[in-house]
Write a protein that binds this ligand. Structure first.
Ligand code: 26Q
Length: 820
């Protein structure tokens, strides 16, 4: 075993300082006199990366020597955010680095703000993948993230007069100090062409070869991800696309310079941009090309790794778990079959045993329009052999069903991988379900609804397959790092065990009754609010009062998440304040953040409405500090880290039955915000844990929403008997908030009146009423703090460490090495 080089101990600031200086000079290539802040940041990151790398080598060796089962998390999205604080904190180098930089006249606080977010994801699903990678490292699971190294992550959001403008994200402009390029790890990915029989004697009818028309290369880039205390450093391997031949010299020599580079441009387009959509919008061919690209590269890679260690693939299910993050990587099912049957010449049945034994699928949505399906003709053209395999699986399944006496055409239709009704489409959810040994939902409610709705027929046929794994969040990033004041207080009170074992934070509960503790807790919330007020002033030039209630809704803008309901209620409240300015109002600052998919016009209209209402209310001298509305542009992980610690009230107000889980809800509770929410997703489980008295629940429940829709919900009648709502809708409709363009919101309001699918009007009265209870309760500041402490103390179960242990036990069949 080659000995590893030595690095300064965690407490050795002097040597850490020397190491930064060495990187600045030798790697960044700058001397002290000319180094920019960014140069300092990059030099620091390289020093930290050295530490990561050593732990990483050790982890990799341990996995190999221990013949551990590896978990491959396949995800189109990894919403990592910044890595400097994460790595420093998990390696317990933060203070050392801070001191070293101080000696160099630099401030860690300042430098860390210069790191761009790695925004390779849209929202919850991508952030969950990032929390899972960190948790796998923390609980001792040999985890590998596989995804795409997008040149451009999620767009940057700017506002032009309150209208969202999308700007390209350029996170790689100044290089990425965290990654290791692996030019030698490259796989060929084929597209198009034909599938044909490979001569033979006809005794093996399924021996087929695929001759793709085009090939691109997938090149690996590795980022080490440290678990808590650096116990284990796992790998995020992202694939970047290249042309197999970078340039056509013959074309170039003919003088066609662009043509000579066309293949390269075409290949690179595959990993060039993240699809900026968090649910709907589909059909683009590039999306399928992206999906196949990273699935094929990842499977080829994990098979090679397995064969480096074991003689054959028969034991792959014992040594490799492949988790599909939604249907986006569902092509893994036919691709693994193809690799096993066509390339490794395994028998079809054996290949199926291995495929199903390895693969498991997580569903993140019940919305039918968000479930991927691709036209058969598209898959046939792009991936002819995969279409053949899917058709074979489809036929086998139909045969088995008929053999079992199932003849009901409707039932057969519901179970089919290929939907014959809608112009022949491949249902990726069905492909993923069928190819998996386990399928999981992401909250208790969501998993039950999966069984009753989208996968009802499949569940009846395979009743053991669906399990629940309620989402979680990593307490390292979402308390220790983002809220150091509170983290320190918690540690002073109960010790630091909570960091590696969040359920231990329960020990904080008795402190809710301790008035001196409450005072300190409240002072920390206040300090965090002052810091956020500073950020708001810097970004928007608006002063907000840190004594007011900070009421926050941050998440993708979507009709089902109902930012619309929130702003309608705010506008109604503003009218009441204007009518009775001297009543006893509880001052509030309503904070919004979130991006709308570029093509989602209703969502963009909602953003504009929030901004228009904000401008009107914020400049109304009668309302003053009683109500302020803030829309922070370009919501992203690093902004969430500043907002969440400062929140008093967390808005989780989706139409019941539509938010699969939510994870922001957990981050707020952990940071001592009270939730106002519907009984949706993981809100249900949050309520069970923090207790009915420490959460504000309102509105229709999931079954009532379905019932109401079935009966034909009549928004007009509800509006007519809800005066505050009626008046607010009329105001918006006639342009009170958009005097420059009075008709601007007419379509939005008319849409609501005509067809309120998301039950905004149905829940308005209950929501408004509950907000007044919130107002009243916030008045009793000390009791509010008591309830906030109980939220923090009871949020321990929502650690993603707990979630990962659940997956390990129920789905991957492994015993994590560390922890309980
Ligand atoms: C699909 C096809 C084409 C283009 C884009 C997409 C696409 C992209 C992203 C579809 C869905 C997503 C992301 C979904 C998502 O973030 N879902 C959220 O997942 C969280 C983690 O489980 C849950 O907490 C949220 O409730 C759920 O909305």
């Amino acid at each position: 075993m080659t000995p590893l080089p030595e690095l300064p101990a965690a407490s050795d600031a002097a040597r850490f300082k020397d190491a930064i200086l060495a990187k600045l000079t030798l790697t960044v290539g700058k001397d002290l006199a000319h180094a920019t802040k960014r140069d300092w940041l990059i030099a620091t990151a390289y020093v930290v990366r050295d530490h990561l790398a050593l732990h990483w080598m050790e982890s990799t060796r341990r996995i190999y020597d221990g013949e551990e089962k590896r978990v491959y998390y396949l995800s189109m999205e990894f919403l990592i955010g910044r890595l400097l604080t994460d790595a420093l904190s998990n390696l317990e180098l933060y203070e050392t680095c801070d001191a070293a930089l101080a000696e160099l006249g630099q401030s860690l606080d300042e430098l860390k703000e210069l790191e761009p977010d790695a925004a390779l994801g849209n929202g919850g699903l991508g952030r969950l993948a990032a929390c899972f990678l960190e948790s796998m490292g923390s609980v001792g699971v040999a985890g590998f993230g596989y995804g795409i190294r997008y040149d451009h992550g999620l767009f940057r959001q700017a506002f032009d007069d309150g209208v969202q403008i999308e700007m390209p994200d350029d996170w790689l402009t100044f290089g990425n100090p965290w990654e290791f390029e692996r030019a030698e790890v490259a796989y060929e990915i084929g597209y198009g062409g034909v599938a044909a029989s490979d001569g033979g004697d006809g005794s093996e009818p399924r021996r087929r070869v695929w001759r793709p028309a085009r090939r691109v290369l997938a090149v690996a880039y590795d980022t080490p991800i440290a678990g808590w205390r650096g116990e284990r450093v796992n790998t995020l391997r992202l694939w970047s696309a290249r042309a197999a031949d970078p340039m056509r010299l013959d074309t170039f020599n003919r003088g066609d310079y662009l043509g000579a580079l066309a293949d390269e441009a075409d290949a690179r387009s595959i990993s060039s941009v993240l699809y900026p959509d968090d649910s709907t919008e589909k059909g683009q061919e590039l999306r399928v090309r992206q999906e196949y690209f990273f699935v094929s590269a990842s499977l080829q890679d994990l098979i090679r790794r397995h064969l480096d260690q074991y003689p054959d693939l028969a034991n792959l299910p014992e040594k490799a778990a492949i988790q599909l993050n939604d249907t986006h990587p569902a092509l893994a099912v036919p691709e693994l079959m193809r690799l096993l049957v066509d390339e490794r010449e395994l028998a079809w049945e054996e290949a199926w045993r291995i495929t199903q034994g390895c693969i498991a699928y997580t569903n993140h949505t019940l919305m039918p329009e968000a479930l991927e399906s691709w036209p058969v003709a598209l898959i046939e053209r792009l991936l002819p052999r995969h279409m053949e395999i899917i058709s074979l699986l489809h036929a086998e399944q139909m045969q088995a069903l008929k053999a079992d006496g199932i003849k009901d055409a409707a039932v057969l239709d519901d179970l089919a991988l290929i939907d014959q009704a809608n112009g022949r489409r491949v249902r990726m959810g069905h492909v993923a379900f069928f190819g998996s040994h386990r399928v999981n939902g992401v909250s208790a409610l969501h998993s039950e609804l999966l069984k009753e709705t989208v996968f009802k027929a499949l569940h009846q046929r395979y009743p053991e397959r669906i399990v629940n794994e309620t989402n979680g969040i990593t307490p390292r990033r979402w308390l220790k790092q983002c809220n150091p004041r509170l983290a320190t207080l918690v540690t002073e009170a109960i010790g630091d065990r909570w960091i590696g074992d969040l359920e231990h934070i329960e020990a904080l509960a008795p402190f809710a009754e301790d008035s001196a503790f409450r005072e300190r807790f409240a002072a920390i919330k206040r300090a965090n609010k002052e810091a956020l007020a500073g950020v708001i002033e810097e970004i928007l030039g608006l002063r907000v009062d840190p004594a007011a209630m900070f009421d926050v809704q941050i998440k993708r803008i979507h009709e089902y998440k109902r930012q619309f309901l929130n702003i309608l209620e705010a506008a109604a409240l503003a009218a009441e304040i204007r009518a009775r300015p001297n009543a006893d109002w509880t001052p509030r600052v309503k904070i919004f953040g979130g991006k709308a998919a570029a093509s989602y016009h209703v969502a963009k209209a909602i953003i504009k409405l929030i901004n228009d209402v904000a401008r009107t209310i914020n400049s109304d001298p009668v309302i003053g500090d009683r109500l302020k509305i803030v829309f922070l542009p370009n919501y992203r992980v690093s902004l969430a880290e500043k907002i969440i610690p400062a929140a008093d009230l967390s808005e989780q107000i989706s139409t019941a039955g539509m938010e699969a889980s939510g994870t922001g809800n957990m981050k707020f509770a952990l940071n001592g915000a009270l939730t106002i929410g519907t009984l949706d997703g993981a809100n249900v489980e949050i309520k069970e844990r923090v207790g009915d008295d420490n959460i504000f629940i309102f509105g229709l429940e999931a079954d009532e929403v379905l019932q109401s829709r079935r009966k034909g919900y009549d928004a007009k009648a509800v509006i007519a008997r809800t005066p505050a709502l009626k008046q607010t809708l009329e105001e918006i409709r006639r342009g009170v908030f958009s005097p420059d363009d009075p008709g601007r919101f007419k379509p939005l309001i008319d849409g609501l009146i005509d067809h309120d699918y998301f039950m905004v009007t149905a829940d308005f009265a209950a929501y408004a009423e509950t907000q007044r209870v919130v107002d009243r309760d916030f008045h009793d500041a000390d009791d509010w703090t008591r309830r906030a402490v109980l939220n923090t103390a009871n949020a321990g179960w929502f650690s993603s460490d707990r979630t990962i242990r659940g997956y390990a036990r129920d789905i991957w069949g492994i015993e994590p090495v560390q922890g309980s």
